[in-house]
Design a protein around this ligand. Structure first.
Ligand code: NAP
Ligand code: G3H
Length: 483
């Protein structure tokens, strides 16, 4: 599946059951965010190769949709097993490629195997519906509608860098179990981890053409794929800007978009501050804040703000900073541009009068965990998604103000409320314009069978095991007219 050029491996793409080199002759070098050297390269495929992949996908899907669920399940169970067998190899690559701590990378692979198994079981236990005509006025009892779900055809799965295995499998598994074929386009930084995951799938003997891994820069082949008339559904996870572009380009195909966020944590005066603090530290800083669901702003009541900020400072200064190989919490960001962007947000806030409580130190793309107090609504840091280890504190004086600032955001992924007053928690939750609200817990996607969605600039459609299966199938109604 790989060949060597100099010292670093060259990874092939995978279509119709074959590992191939692109006829473009072009490779994209993948640099490690912390080793500061290339770790391999992937193929920059051509439009003709993309056409070929989509053609093969259609052909194989025609057979696959007829294969029984139990039979499909066997391949996917084997995939989960193969991933676990390759767990350390995949985690090592993931660590090097996207700078995720080794233990977290190991967990990502395990979580993915669990997700695949749960997806299979969910699909096996989904039932069809039936209705008789006579429940509608004038309808006849002799009419029976059988409503079942059928696959959409060829699913285009586009994944982001930060969960290169889990967020890709979260699209591929529901697509395959429900009878679709897949064109998988991983993030370029993340494509090697994605390739390893597909190696595991290829080992199952899955019929050729059902899974096709195509690599290449999204800015070069992305539009072509999205606009391709051979694509029947698109499942995309990535930034809001890319998602918006994609939504404009996609024609009449079902689309699920999981995009960026600016998740607020609202800290009421009656909260258990020790608990809230623990959730905020891990919510905001794990993997250097490179999670869509990271806590990206704290809205804290004035009367407890000084004490809370001081506790946060103490805990932030204990965070390990360094290399993913030592499982540091704070690791170099995915690239220099991302670090420049985060630094720009911090600088803008400081220029406009915010106070640095700790951090604001940088070595190349490693940004030290930074706590910024007295952030106000005229600062970019109050609104923009940093995807880095910086946490703004916005002081508030009422629940209404918290709700207002939370909802002013262009994003609407998740929000947290920390309080001991459960009635207040529900009342605030009811007013928040987000896909999910966490009461007394950090914002996070899992467990993976929960529906997961963003509203406004955070997305469209719903993921989470069952919802993903539903999004990749459609209802088919067969009406029997009994004599
Ligand atoms: P990104 O830059 O938007 O890239 C996401 C994917 O889109 C990559 O595979 C990328 O390929 C591809 N792409 C780029 N241009 C495209 C185009 N014109 N057409 C089709 N595809 C295109 O995002 P990222 O930097 O990888 O991930 C970080 C962002 O994703 C953050 O905003 C984060 O909040 C969000 N995210 C959201 C969720 C969620 O579930 N809500 C989960 C994870 C991440 P290339 O890599 O080749 O450019
Ligand atoms: O980056 C976006 C992921 O969907 C976040 O998943 O909350 O489990 O870290 P997580």
């Amino acid at each position: 599946m790989t060949s060597k050029n100099g010292t670093e491996p060259i990874y092939k793409f995978y279509i119709n059951g074959e590992w191939r080199e692109s006829s473009s002759g072009e490779k994209i070098v993948v640099n490690s965010p912390y080793l500061n050297k290339p770790i391999g390269s992937v193929q920059a495929i051509t439009q003709t190769e993309a056409d070929e992949a989509i053609r093969f996908a259609h052909k194989s899907q025609q057979e696959w949709k007829r294969v029984s669920l139990q039979e499909r399940a066997k391949y996917l169970y084997k995939w989960a097993d193969e991933l676990i067998l390759m767990q350390e190899e995949i985690a090592e690559i993931m660590m090097k490629e996207v700078g995720k701590g080794y233990k977290d990378a190991i967990k990502e692979v395990a979580r993915t195997a669990d997700l695949i198994r749960y997806t299979i079981e969910e699909a096996l236990h989904m039932t069809n519906d039936s209705l008789t005509g006579d429940s509608f006025p004038g309808g006849a009892k002799s009419k029976l509608a059988i409503v079942n779900r059928v696959p959409l055809g060829v699913v285009l799965a586009i994944s982001p860098f930060n969960y290169p295995v889990n967020l890709a499998a979260a699209k591929i598994a529901p697509a395959l179990i429900s009878g679709n074929a897949v064109i998988f386009k991983p993030a370029t930084q993340g494509a090697i981890s994605g390739t390893k995951m597909i190696e595991a799938l290829a080992k199952t003997g899955l019929p050729a053409g059902l899974i096709n891994l195509i690599t290449g820069r999204g800015s070069v082949i992305g539009d072509y794929l999205v606009e391709h008339n051979g694509i029947n559904m698109i499942s995309f996870t990535g930034g809001t800007k890319t998602g918006l572009r994609l939504a404009k380009k996609a024609s009449m195909v079902p689309l699920v978009l999981e995009l960026g966020g600016k998740d607020p944590a609202i800290i009421r005066s009656d909260a258990n501050l020790e608990e809230a603090m623990k959730h905020i530290i891990s919510g905001a800083f794990s993997y250097s804040g490179q999670r869509c669901t990271a806590i990206k702003r704290v809205l804290v009541m004035d009367d407890i703000a000084d004490a809370f900020v001081s506790r946060l400072k103490t805990e932030i200064e204990k965070l390990s900073v360094g290399s993913p190989e030592q499982d540091s919490v704070i690791v170099p960001l995915i690239d220099e541009d991302s670090a420049d962007f985060v630094q720009g947000l911090i600088d803008d806030a400081v220029d406009q009068g915010a106070t640095i409580i700790t951090g604001n130190k940088r070595e190349h793309n490693l940004i030290y965990p930074t706590l910024v107090d007295h952030v106000t609504e005229d600062m970019k840091l109050a609104w923009e998604e940093p995807f880095g280890p910086v946490l703004p504190i916005i002081r508030i004086s009422s629940d209404d103000e918290a709700i207002h600032i939370a909802n002013e955001s262009e994003f609407g992924l998740q929000a947290s409320i920390f309080t001991n007053d459960i009635n207040k928690a529900f009342s605030i939750a009811n007013h928040l314009e987000t896909g999910s609200v966490q009461i007394n817990g950090r914002t996070e996607r899992g467990p993976d069978h929960f529906p997961f969605l963003g509203v406004k600039g955070s997305g469209m459609g719903v993921q989470g095991v069952r919802k993903s299966i539903e999004s990749m199938t459609r209802e088919k109604v067969t009406v029997v007219n009994l004599y």
